[in-house]
Design a protein around this ligand. Structure first.
Ligand code: TRP
Length: 361
């Protein structure tokens, strides 16, 4: 079977390090294995509009930011198709047919939608488009016959709903759609990278993000202000690792080679953690190490971004080409879907013959 990767992001802001360890880094690695027959990376502007209907300018401005972040991280248009969701109208058509296979109560049970409704104070007036976005996401995934969808944990309910739609469609209309598999981040820290304040999730509205394009001084300022263990007051005090943001970030970002480079007196992260727990290791020393690690990780990304920023029309051209390719692939799937549903009347010679016979009796 063909191996196809698809994933995407809503363009509501620049991407941050939470996006990076949650999915972006993995996408680039997977891209570079050469294992996939096709890779589609989608800027989900239409989905972003489901809860930003009154602010299309925000979405419009952020498409290029997300595209630059993608390219800066190493997504390569020669290997991965980068495209804009709204430029592939076939996705709307697929969604329209899938809507008949999903109940209102099933949508109401989707935990991610539930919590987003709360976060946005939508309780009294949920936009229909927002409420049904899991169905449109099923269209995004199935249109490209995706087999692998690397996303964060919050997207698990979307993948479950997609698989239900696939199974329902295939059982009602015959085997047509491909069942996708979710690929979750490699460890707990990558799964739920907290904001620098230690709060649950990095989010622009909480002002606790480190962006991929952040300048070195800003990175350092943010790392030095990070939440650690509030009971670890004097250096001699034993420290806690649970909920200690600095260590969570090290779990997400540290590579073995950073120890000889930046902290040669420790063998590895386990040894550093053991010392912290025992007492005698100050927060500042760990923060300085984390700062070095993050600077090393983010510098090449920031530099590549600056290169790409020099030719913005070329980026739009990449997205245009990508959207054209994506549309061609989605159109094939839509054709299969319509044939399976037998709503391809003009190509259906059996139907035309059958009806002729019926009326000639
Ligand atoms: N829901 C994703 C997000 O909030 C974006 C997205 C839209 C997506 N369609 C998708 C992700 C399909 C993976 C597959 O960032």
């Amino acid at each position: 079977m063909r191996k196809v990767m698809l994933t995407g992001d809503r363009p509501t802001g620049k991407l941050h390090v939470g996006h990076y360890v949650g999915s972006l880094r993995r996408r680039v690695e997977l891209q570079n294995t050469g294992d996939f027959d096709d890779i589609f990376i989608m800027i989900a502007d239409a989905q972003a509009l489901t809860d930003n209907a009154d602010n299309p300018e925000k979405v419009r401005q952020n498409i290029i930011e997300v595209a630059l972040d993608y390219l800066a991280c190493g997504l390569d248009p020669a290997k991965s198709t980068l495209f804009i969701q709204s430029q592939v109208p076939e996705l709307c058509e697929l969604s329209f047919y899938y809507m008949n296979l999903v109940t209102v109560s099933r949508l109401q049970r989707n935990p991610t939608v539930k919590s987003e409704i709360q976060m946005r104070n939508f309780e009294a007036s949920i936009p229909v488009g927002f409420f049904t976005y899991p169905i449109s996401q099923a269209a995004d995934i199935t249109a490209f016959k995706a087999t692998t969808v690397p996303v964060g944990e919050d997207q698990m309910p979307m993948l479950e709903q997609t698989r239900e739609i696939v199974h329902k469609f295939n059982s009602v209309y015959g085997e047509t759609l491909v069942d996708p598999k979710i690929l979750l981040p490699e460890n707990e820290a990558c799964m739920r990278l907290p904001g620098i304040d230690g709060k649950a999730k990095m989010s622009k509205s909480l002002n606790n993000c480190i962006y991929l394009s952040e300048e070195p001084e800003e990175i350092q300022k943010k790392v030095f202000s990070m939440f650690t263990d509030p009971t670890h007051i004097r250096i001699e005090d034993p420290g806690k690792l649970e909920g200690n943001t600095v260590f969570t970030y090290l779990d997400a970002f540290c590579r073995p080679e950073y120890f000889p480079e930046f902290l040669p007196e420790y063998k590895d992260l386990d040894e550093l953690k053991a010392h912290y727990k025992r007492g005698g290791l100050g927060d500042m020393k760990v923060k300085r190490f984390l700062n070095n690690v993050l600077q090393a990780e983010l510098e090449p990304i920031r530099n590549r971004r600056k290169e790409f920023q020099k030719d913005i029309p070329a980026i739009y051209e990449i997205l245009k080409k990508g959207s054209e390719k994506a549309e061609a692939v989605a159109a094939e799937t839509l054709k299969d879907v319509k044939a399976a549903m037998k709503i391809n009347y003009f190509d259906d010679m059996d139907l035309i013959r059958e009806q002729s016979e019926k009326f000639s009796e």
